[in-house]
Design a protein around this ligand. Structure first.
Ligand code: AMP
Ligand code: GLY
Length: 419
């Protein structure tokens, strides 16, 4: 089967590596892909924002399955457009992707189905939002309702800070994405990312991960897209997993069916493990990045076979097996990220690192220049992953690989997976 992966980050590199291992994969394409992905796939210059050009490319190259990595094309309806043209799509419909695309939709949904979450209100009026924020107190969270490239959440510790965040967002700080905002109670506890494959009411548990979201060691500094991850989460236990399945994932799948918008694809629940139990921070309609870079290397089953069964309404017959080994990934980012940074510095010694089955370098924001050098073009640039029996052994291997990479403009956290 010919397959197209939409996206060009570390998550899509991990998807490409896993899919390319399958006997069922004939020709693999990626759009736009990146220099790392090009090891496994032919990279195509088509815009995923335009479903018509994706469909034309599929017809031209006899692509029968499209695996959609990022949220934006899903929210814009790419999966629906592909299915309307009888092309298999891995990812939920636009209607179901609202669980990620609109934070107020997700909050109202959880409220209706009694899925535990922080208290919240939605606002379009600055004065009313500030009144509610004052009521919550100094610890509150201000969120843009729509997609804001992972930057639309401000966790505040003082009323002045929440007022400034409200002014900024409702003043158009994130354009259309912050025409409406949520003001939420700030809850505390370790965070856990839970992943399931959902087809209607059928929920197949996949795995958990811990994402390290803050920029600097010791969970200091601003929130980022994720500076590293570990899978499974160190907090995962059999009883926690059962709780999440029965009280969060299954009720979500059931509720989406009852609402007439059945969910079909990866459901990623971002949870906070509070003293009163797990609560939903957010839902995402895709694999996480960098969570995919730690979950997929642990997958022993054939990913492509699993995706094909899921897309052909045969998920119930499929089995999924993960290695008991743990995986760690360390992100190398451009100095300055998540704020502004100097792009296009050269990364050396990437190709001299031997490829071993228990360590791998995934590319995120990289490009190749005319001289053939790999240059750092994005904020998050590389994900250095290792698997081992213990977190400390996986850490050792991942940081050993990091130490061989010569990139003066890069930085990374030194405490990923240090549990
Ligand atoms: P989100 O984009 O919704 O995942 O939010 C980004 C990060 O903000 C989360 O990973 C949490 O660390 C934090 N966050 C979001 N909502 C809350 C909340 N209600 N209470 C505490 N922290 C939160
Ligand atoms: N790692 C967070 C996300 O993928 O949204």
């Amino acid at each position: 089967m010919n397959i197209l992966i939409i996206g060009g980050g570390g998550r899509e590199h991990a998807l490409a590596r896993a899919i390319s291992k399958s006997q069922k994969c004939t020709q693999l394409y990626a759009a736009p892909g990146n220099p790392g992905i090009s090891q496994f796939a032919t990279c195509l210059e088509i815009s995923s924002d335009n479903p018509e050009s994706v469909i034309q490319e599929c017809q031209k190259r006899e692509i029968k399955l499209v695996v959609i990595g990022p949220e934006l094309p899903l929210v814009l309806g790419l999966a629906d457009a592909l299915r309307n043209h009888n092309i298999l799509a891995f990812g939920p419909s636009a209607a179901a992707s609202r669980l990620e695309g609109s934070k107020s939709f997700a909050r109202d949904f959880c409220k209706r189905y009694q899925i535990r979450q922080p208290t919240y209100e939605r606002f379009t009026d600055i004065r009313k939002a500030k009144k509610y924020a004052s009521l919550i107190g100094p610890h509150c969270v201000i969120k843009a309702d729509g997609l804001a490239a992972g930057k639309g959440v401000i966790v505040c510790n003082a009323t002045k800070q929440s007022f400034d965040a409200i002014d900024m967002m409702l003043g158009g700080g994130f354009g259309d994405a912050s025409q409406a905002i949520l003001v939420e109670e700030c809850i505390t506890g370790p965070e856990l990312s839970a992943f399931a494959l959902v087809d209607g009411e059928d929920v197949m548990w996949l795995a958990t991960a811990r994402d390290h979201k803050r920029a600097f060691d010791g969970d200091m500094g601003p929130n980022t897209g994720g500076m590293g991850a570990a899978s499974p989460s160190p907090d995962e236990t059999d009883s926690l997993r059962e709780y999440i399945l029965e009280n969060i994932l299954k009720p979500t799948a059931k509720g989406m069916v009852a609402d007439g918008t059945p969910y079909k694809g990866i459901l990623y629940a971002g949870l906070m493990l509070t003293d009163e139990g797990p609560q939903v921070i957010e839902f995402n309609c895709r694999f996480g990045d960098p969570e995919a870079q730690v979950i997929l290397p642990r997958l022993e089953s054939d990913l492509l076979e699993l995706i094909i069964s899921h897309c052909s309404q045969k998920q119930q017959e499929a089995q999924v097996v993960f290695s008991p080994d743990v995986a760690i990934t360390v992100i190398m980012a451009n100095k300055g990220y998540p704020a502004s940074y100097q792009p296009n510095s050269i990364i050396r010694q990437l190709d001299t690192l031997s490829v071993q089955s228990d360590r791998f370098i995934y590319h995120s924001g990289t490009q190749q220049n005319d001289q053939g050098d790999i240059i750092a073009s994005g904020g998050r640039v590389l994900s250095i992953t290792a698997t081992a029996e213990t977190y400390s052994a996986a850490r050792k291997k991942a940081y050993d690989t990091v130490s061989h990479i010569k990139w003066e403009n890069g930085f990374y956290r030194k405490d990923i997976g240090n549990f």
